[in-house]
Design a protein around this ligand. Structure first.
Ligand SMILES: Nc1ncnc2c1ncn2[C@@H]1O[C@H](COP(=O)(O)OP(=O)(O)OP(=O)(O)O)[C@@H](O)[C@H]1O
Length: 315
């Protein structure tokens, strides 16, 4: 394993009684990179973060942060990492600056150094306007931004972001994405857990996909999409009423998505296209034979969502 790695995980295992939360996972995160740890509910994401941040001990295997073992060297690891995410621990009745101050004091910062660090974070996270407002009155996205800022008060080398955008509306989610992308510029290593493939696709240098406690795939977003192999043929129908007829007419093709939104004016279907354009032409000729009209039809790379579906189906 590389000496440069900020996080090294080797055969990490955690069992709770008869539940195998992690079944021996391994991965590495180079310094300054963002790793997206992806997986559905219960796949082991939070367990991984609690082990890496020394909140729990592994049952077997090992993990190192900046070369320090999370069990043997737990005190040193705690100096290097910070953890935030879904369950922000800020006091709603205090202002953003007061919250930063509380976090700073908790870590032993006082006086001028504390004030200077808060000033830097206000600058870095563009909190000038909201610094004096009560955190309870801030939007969800702005709250998370203050929360991430407070996690950085100690200048950690590694930041764990546990589902930082769960429960946020799309606009707030985009604002948090900007904040996380900015962390890369600061050289901080980030381990981001998420259920949203789009989030990992946007932010992560590398992705580790977990399913039921095991790694089912890892690599860059681009490589994972390629690994999934076949491109897909996506079509949008003119008439909602044609959906059942299309499904019937496309027998023999592997339909991987049928319309889910009953209110959508134009239903969308996706079929796997192992033969690329030849598959698309095959679909078009079947639709033409039945005089079924489409708004559009085309070939595209599978999304990470589709990759994940395909990989987890195989397990
Ligand atoms: N303290 C615990 N005691 C018993 N089982 C646990 C405990 N913590 C987690 N588990 C189990 O371990 C498995 C992995 O849970 P974990 O919370 O790590 O998943 P997750 O991927 O973070 O899911 P989510 O997205 O819901 O947070 C689940 O089956 C969970 O029920």
């Amino acid at each position: 394993m590389s000496a440069q790695a900020a996080i090294t995980v080797e055969n990490l295992t955690k069992t709770y009684g008869s539940v195998e939360a992690l079944k021996g996972i391994s991965f590495e995160v180079p310094r300054g990179e963002i790793l997206g740890l992806l997986g559905p509910n219960g796949s082991g994401k939070t367990t991984t973060v609690t082990l890496l941040s020394t909140l729990q001990r592994p049952t077997a295997g090992s993990a190192r942060i900046g070369g320090h073992d999370v069990v043997a060297d737990a005190a040193r690891v705690r100096e290097l990492v910070s953890l935030t995410g879904q369950y922000a621990s800020m006091d709603d009745s205090l202002t953003a600056v007061e919250n930063l101050s509380v976090f700073g004091r908790l870590t032993g910062l006082r006086g001028a150094p504390l004030k200077a660090r808060i000033g830097e974070l206000i600058e870095q996270f563009d909190l000038h306007e909201v610094g004096s407002r009560r955190v309870g009155a801030l939007s969800g996205g702005m709250r998370r931004r203050v929360d991430i800022a407070s996690a950085l008060i100690t200048r950690p080398e590694v930041l764990f972001l546990d589902e930082p955008t769960t429960g946020l509306d799309p606009r707030s989610r985009a604002a948090v994405w900007d904040t996380v992308a900015g962390l890369r510029a600061e050289g901080i290593t980030v381990l981001l857990t998420t259920q949203y493939l789009e989030e990992a696709d946007r932010l992560a240098d590398n992705i580790v996909m977990l399913d039921r406690g095991s790694v089912v795939a890892s690599g860059t977003p681009g490589v994972l999409k390629q690994q999934a192999g076949a491109a897909v043929c996506e079509m949008t129908l003119v008439e909602r009423g044609d959906t059942d007829r299309v499904i019937e007419r496309l027998s023999g093709f592997e339909i991987i998505e049928t319309p889910t939104d009953a209110s959508a004016a134009h239903p969308r279907l996706v079929v796997r296209a192992p033969e690329g354009m030849a598959t698309v032409h095959g679909v078009i000729s079947r639709l033409q034979d039945s005089r079924i009209e489409v708004v559009d039809i085309g070939l595209r790379q599978p999304s990470l969502d589709e990759v994940f579906m395909q990989l987890t189906e195989k397990v």
